[in-house]
Design a protein around this ligand. Structure first.
Ligand code: NCD
Length: 303
């Protein structure tokens, strides 16, 4: 039984094979297929639009049945104080695979121990979001045409953005130069930079939040994230945040062949006048790729 819980420890061979499968899914999407008789449990204890619907659409595409719990904190027995341990033990009696999102970053360890069926991490608090990293990397490959030695700017709440935490693990494998542009809050002297643990053993980091605009002309990928205010506890003071924003004016500095990504939802870090720029992949191509990658991943976990 294979779970998919982290972007750590994946191999290039595995990624390339998955992306090959994803290319085939994309090419043949909509063609007749032979449905397999599987049940996917979609168990979300945090809000989601793209991740949950794309997993559920992917399962539907495969002809699977979906048991969907979009509001697990309120309507599952978690509300009555049931542990995640008991929850996974129970859910794995009803489905063939569980896709889960929960605010506790450690839920993945519990799932690994107590689920009797494969579990996919659809977001573990401020820890990881490995399937988002797969679709981000696949999008970079399609937009830029290669993955090796890219210059990638990562902007926003790098401390709490789980999509960034998983994506950097994959970008390290392809020797990307990563330019960190963390947001900050002057009032509390907080800087929302990437946690130390993600830096270790890698030397191609650059961090200079003030230079973001000057760096735009050399970037292949600009990856924006929103302020994760729901994870800031008592520091939540939106008016005082300082973060780099993209707008129709400063994107003129970017290369014509560069790409702009965002896992969405966005705050004010990308102004709406960027949306129609051909380099803006986030609203359509990146989202759509999420569907294709998740079809390929689900198929690989439950062949
Ligand atoms: C992200 C998430 O939930 O981590 N969204 C997503 O899954 N596409 C990003 C975010 O919430 O900021």
């Amino acid at each position: 039984m294979q779970h998919f819980l982290s972007a750590k420890g994946l191999s290039k061979e595995w990624l390339e094979d998955l992306f090959q499968q994803t290319d085939w899914v994309r090419r043949d999407f909509g063609d007749p297929f032979y449905p397999t008789n599987k049940i996917m449990i979609s168990f979300f204890a945090e809000p989601s639009t793209r991740t949950r619907f794309s997993f559920e659409a992917a399962a539907a595409h495969l002809g699977w049945k979906v048991l969907s719990e979009p509001c697990a904190t309120n309507s599952s027995s978690l509300r009555k104080g049931e542990s995640l341990k008991d929850t996974f033990r129970t859910l794995s009696q009803y489905g063939d695979i569980i896709v889960c999102r929960h605010p506790d970053p450690d839920w993945v360890d519990t799932a690994q121990k107590y689920s009797r069926v494969p579990v996919v991490n659809a977001g573990s608090g401020d820890g990881e979001h490995p399937t988002q990293a797969l679709l981000d990397l696949y999008t970079i490959k399609r937009e830029i045409g290669r993955l090796d030695n890219l210059r990638v700017m990562l902007c926003g709440d790098l401390k709490h953005s789980r999509t960034v935490h998983s994506l950097v693990e994959l970008l390290k494998m392809y020797r990307a130069d990563m330019y960190l542009i963390p947001s900050s809050s002057h009032e509390n002297f907080m800087e929302y930079n990437l946690p130390r643990a993600y830096y270790d053993g890698y030397d191609r980091w650059h961090t200079d939040p003030e230079a973001a605009e000057d760096l735009l002309p050399i970037m292949d990928v600009v990856y924006m994230t929103r302020m994760q205010t729901e994870r800031h506890g008592q520091h939540w003071q939106q008016a005082l945040y300082k973060f780099f924003c993209l707008n129709a004016d400063n994107i003129k500095k970017m290369k014509p062949e560069a790409t702009i990504l965002h896992p969405l939802p966005r705050g004010s870090e990308i102004s709406e006048d960027v949306d129609d720029d051909p380099r803006a992949a986030y609203h359509e191509r990146q989202v759509r790729n999420g569907l294709y990658v998740r079809v390929a991943l689900l198929k690989s976990l439950l062949p």
